[in-house]
Each structure stands twice: as C-alpha cells, then as structure tokens.
Design a protein. Structure first.
Lengths: 342, 281
C-alpha cells in the first residue's frame, strides 16, 4: 500500500504550472482597465515581432506596467514561499516564516539604513539596498536563532513566536531611530515597511528570477536533509546528515531569498506561512514534493492577493502586505491552535 | 570496535562527564547505568558528536572527529528515547530516511536503489511496520512510533547500535518486543550494542558488559556481572538495591503457579513475534 510517492511527478508539475499560468493571465487581464485575453495576445505578438502596436492604450498598460508587475508578484510569492517552507522544515516548526520570526523586518531595516544614510557599493550592480537587506536578513536569522537555541534548545513554538515578536519590536524601534535621522526620506522608507510591488520593472523580475533559480535550486537539492530536520534535528544527525553544513546552507539561501524580496517589494508578511501550510495539506510534508508545490502555490497566492489589492477599492490601491497579513493572521491562529492540540 | 578514552564534557561551569573511559567489542552489549544526572545520555551524545568534548572517541581505531557524518551513520545507528515528529510523514518516509547515509554525493557515486529498497522492506517486516507503512506517524501510539524509529535504524544497517533508554515510556509488551528484536539483531557477527538503561533488571538480563557512572565519573566497568554487584550498586544508589529488587519481585511469586498466568504468557509471546524471518536480522 503506497499512498504517497517521494517525487513530484511530471503531471503534477504540469497541473501546478497550468494553474499558475491561468492565474497569471487573469491578473494581467484584470485591473483598473480590463484588457481582454485576445488583446493581450495581439500586444505580445507585436512586441515580440517588433511590429507597431495596433492598440496603443493596451500596449502602454501591459508592456511597461502590468506584465512586469505581475511577474514580480509571482516570483516574489514563489521565493517567499520556498523560503518559508525551508525554514519550517529546518526548524520543525510550521509557524516559522520570515515575517513571524522578524527576518523580513530585519531585512527592511537594512534596506532603510542603506537609503537613509546613502550607502553605496559602487562595484555591485543591483544596489546597496539589496545587499544591505540580504546582510540584515542573515544577521537577523543568526540573532533570532542564537537567542532561541540559548533560551530553549527544543525550539518550541512558543519560544519562536515570542522571540519573533520581541525582535520585530526591536527592529521597528531601530527603524524609528533611523527615520528621525532622515526625515526627508520618510516617504520611501514607509514603503519598505508596508510592502508593495507597484512600479516594479523587468530588471526586478530578472533579479528575482535568477535568485529564485539559484537559491530555490540549492534548497531543492537539500530536500532530503530538510525531511530529516522536519523529523527532528537529532534524528538528522543520527542518520548521517551534516547538520552544521545543512543549517548554514539553508540559512544563507533563505536570507538571500528574503533579502532580495524585501529590497524589491518591502515586507510582505505571511506568504511563507500561509502557502506552505495549504500546500502541505495537498501534497504532504515530504520536501521533494512540498518545495516545488510551494513555489507554484506561493506565486498563485501572492498574485491573487495583489489582484485583490489592486481591484477591491478601485481606483484606489491597497498595499499588498495588508491583504496577505489579513489572510495570514487568520491562518496563523488556525495553525497555532492545531499545533497546540497535539 | 568503539573505544572511549578520558571523555570529559562540560556545559559552561557544569562538569557533566569527568575522564570516563569504556570500550565495546564485537558481540558485546554494553550497558551504561547510573542514577539520574550521572551523564549517561551525554556519553552517547558525545559518540555521535552531538556535544563538544575533550578526550578521545575511537571507532575501529579512527577518531570520531575525523569521520564524516554519513560514514559514521553507516557504522553507528542511534535509537533515541522519545520522538516528536512535527509533520505527518508516513511510516515509510521515516524509515526511508534511514538510508540517507547511503545516498550518493552530489557529483559522485551511484544510488544503489535495490539495496535501499531491500533494506527498507526487511526493516519494516522485522519491526511489524509493513501493514502501517502508509500511515501518518502522527496517528501512531508511543510504542508504534518507537518501532518506526527502530525500523529506521535497522534500515541504516549499522554495525554499532546506540540506544538511549529505548523503552522508557513504553508498555511492558513493547519493552519485551524491542529488547527481543535487538537481541536477535546482535546475533549476527560483527555487531555490538551500547545502551543507556535506567532499569537495572534489564541491564542485568541483557548486558554482557557494563559501565557504572555516578555524577559524571566512572565508578566501575567490566562484565555486567562484576559491575552490577551489590557493593557497587548500593554505593552509587545510596540504598540496598538488591533488597529492594527482591522485595519487588516477591510480589509476583505467589502467582507463578497459577495456570491462567501461563496462558497469558503464551499469548503475549505470540503477539511479540512479527515477522517469520527473525533469524534474518
């Protein structure tokens, strides 16, 4: 009796990809100006073939604005979801996520410091905010986990949540200190704390795509190790997993994923919490299946959240972080009450 | 096979183990005994590099610190005391993890799929887990869960088995099953067992050799018979151990002739045997 196989089959990839593609099309069609699917096809065909656009309005909305935005939303959702899945496996805790642990806030602090004090790394093409966000994400993870292991070696849910809350408060006060030094930049700083993918372009999408490919791929190669950690860290050591190396690889890749996402879209909370949880109910906890499914799931979830943010109060636009946090808070309470029952 | 020399472990200012030495050879079952806080589990953790230590731990003459995790796992398996699995993995998925140490490297080696599958099937048969293979581990009882991890460590095919109070929270029937399975496992040449036990009767019944620890120091080591002497035990446990044991046992003596008890024993024995190929261990 084999109820579940280890691998994610080709047909499953295809189904998940088809759903993601369908949601992508929906999100490109619907907006402040609705554009029918046929029109999109024509615009894309003209753009790829270098012909003159027949529908000036549709092409001026689609090509420079809506398509890159939806692309960035999908990639950010996928990246945050993969990062959340990896952390939940590593820490054996279904509530671990960039936002609950305070890693995203830490990354945002890094980005804000870079803006407020005009930090520049001339040698690095994609800018100081990204590098600072990645560095601060990694630093935050080190601080949070260092504290957690010191206080409670078993890393119980309560400890993780408490430390996440306290660290987030610490970061937000640090953020306020930074803001008092740079009142002239308060507008761009609040953007990081709210989270938005408005106005993102193709370079952002490319950066997200490359990051997801490299870090996501590296995490996927550690699926077996993550399974072992999800069963228990001691058990992982007993069956021969190189515990230190695995931890380091996962923590660094997760930091890069979260750092890049935050530097492009600000802190978008709970994506890495909600989607892995839902996807786990569909495909089970085995990371060989869970990771690819969570990647597609995260893209779909964030695209839908962005769609709601754009259209619910049309013509005004909600911040995408508001939508994800609304959903996320409810799911958080649900998972927490479930994990307490055991 | 395993040699521990002058092992010391400290947590901050606290000295958990002080210059403890012991060794185990093929075919032996070494029992690590002692009162609470004697450092028994810490000694096992040091062997699998779970805690920092000073001194030497040698496996087949090589320092454990030089042996890579996967290579260590192919030689040394561990069965822990409790398990709390966070997610609803199936029984088979958990047992399959036991083959982790045999997976090929990123660029080198070939996966020996048939050997892996055979080891997994054998381990699940032996522990009676085959009918439960598709079940979520979250739905199992404590005794069943312990057998899942026993199957995992059998699938790992180590030569040295480390047990940390493997039946501490379990019903007697599981205690009997687990110790029975490990006794069978040890019959294959080239294998050895080191276990931490609380129950001195178990230590005496199954151990060939023993180490007695007290507050991190080694009080006695040698054959189980020598170490588990009244003089040693009374000193460490600060009470008349054998008098207490006899008093406990005497509660059962008047029932021994009762025919109903004999029937019950036979029934329990039937239940205890899972596979028909126990000798294949």
């Amino acid at each position: 009796m084999r109820t579940r196989t280890e691998k994610f089959h080709l047909w499953e990839y295809l189904v998940f990809f088809a759903v993601t593609a369908a949601v992508f099309c929906l999100c490109v069609c619907v907006g402040s100006v609705n554009i029918p699917l046929g029109e999109i096809g024509a615009v894309l065909k003209n753009a790829f073939l270098g012909q003159a656009q027949t529908n000036a309005l549709a092409s001026s909305i689609l090509i420079p604005v809506r398509i890159p935005r939806v692309l960035c939303v999908a990639l950010t959702g996928a990246a945050l979801s993969v990062a959340g899945t990896a952390m939940q496996g590593l820490l054996k805790n279904p509530l671990a996520d960039g936002s609950t642990l305070g890693v995203s806030s830490g990354a945002a602090l890094g980005a804000v410091i870079a803006i407020a004090f005009g930090v520049v790394f001339p040698q690095i093409p994609f800018g100081a905010t990204t590098v600072m966000a990645i560095l601060f994400a990694f630093l935050s993870l080190m601080i949070i986990l260092g504290l957690a292991y010191k206080l409670d070696y078993s890393l119980s849910t309560n400890t993780i949540i408490l430390i996440g809350v306290i660290y987030s408060m610490f970061v937000s006060s640090a953020m306020n200190i930074v803001i008092t030094f740079a009142t002239d930049k308060i507008q761009s700083i609040t953007f990081w704390t709210m989270g938005s993918l408005q106005g993102t372009g193709y370079t952002d999408a490319a950066l997200l795509g490359v990051t997801l490919l490299l870090c996501g791929g590296l995490i996927f190669f550690h699926a077996r190790e993550l399974n072992a950690f999800a069963v228990g860290e001691d058990n992982a050591r007993h069956i021969g997993v190189n515990v230190r190396r695995t931890k380091l690889v996962i923590l660094i890749t997760v930091s890069i994923l979260i750092g890049v996402c935050v530097s492009i879209g600000g802190t978008i909370g709970f994506v890495g919490l909600v989607t892995p949880h839902m996807v786990r109910m569909l495909v089970g906890p085995n990371h060989k299946r869970l990771l690819p499914a969570a990647m597609f799931g995260g893209a779909v979830f964030l695209m839908l959240a962005d769609l709601i943010a754009r259209t619910l109060l049309n013509p005004r636009e909600l911040s995408i972080g508001v939508v994800t946090s609304l959903v996320g808070a409810v799911v958080f309470v649900f998972i927490f009450s479930q994990s307490r029952k055991r | 096979m395993l040699e521990v020399k002058n092992l010391s472990v400290r947590y901050g200012d606290l000295s958990i183990l002080k210059n403890v030495s012991f060794s185990v050879q093929e075919g032996q079952w070494l029992m690590i005994i002692g009162p609470n806080g004697a450092g028994k589990s810490t000694a096992l953790n040091a062997v699998t590099q779970g805690v920092g230590y000073t001194g030497e731990i040698l496996l087949e003459g090589r320092s454990m610190k030089q042996i890579k995790p996967a290579e260590r796992a192919r030689m040394v398996g561990v069965l822990a005391q409790n398990h709390f699995v966070g997610y609803s993995f199936t029984v088979e998925e958990v047992v399959r993890l036991g083959r982790y140490a045999y997976s090929p490297g990123f660029l080198s080696g070939r996966r020996r799929e048939r050997e892996d599958e055979a080891a997994i099937e054998r381990a699940m048969d032996l522990t009676g887990m085959t009918p439960l293979r598709g079940k979520s581990v979250l739905t199992l009882s404590g005794g069943e869960l312990q057998r899942v991890f026993l199957a995992q460590v059998f699938a790992q095919e180590p030569r040295l088995l480390l047990l940390d109070e493997p039946t501490n929270h379990l019903d007697l029937i599981y205690q009997k099953q687990v110790f029975g399975l490990i006794t069978e496992w040890l019959k294959t040449p080239g294998r050895a067992v080191v276990s931490v036990v609380h129950d001195l009767s178990l230590a005496k019944a199954f151990g060939t050799h023993a180490v007695l620890l007290d507050e991190g120091s080694c009080v006695a080591r040698g054959t189980a018979k020598e170490v588990l002497s009244a003089a040693n035990l009374n000193k460490v446990y600060r009470m008349d151990v054998s008098a207490w044991m006899r008093q406990m046992l005497s509660q059962w003596e008047e029932q021994a002739d009762d025919p109903a008890v004999a029937d019950g024993l036979a029934a329990a024995d039937e239940f205890a045997v899972f596979g028909k190929e126990e000798s294949a261990l």
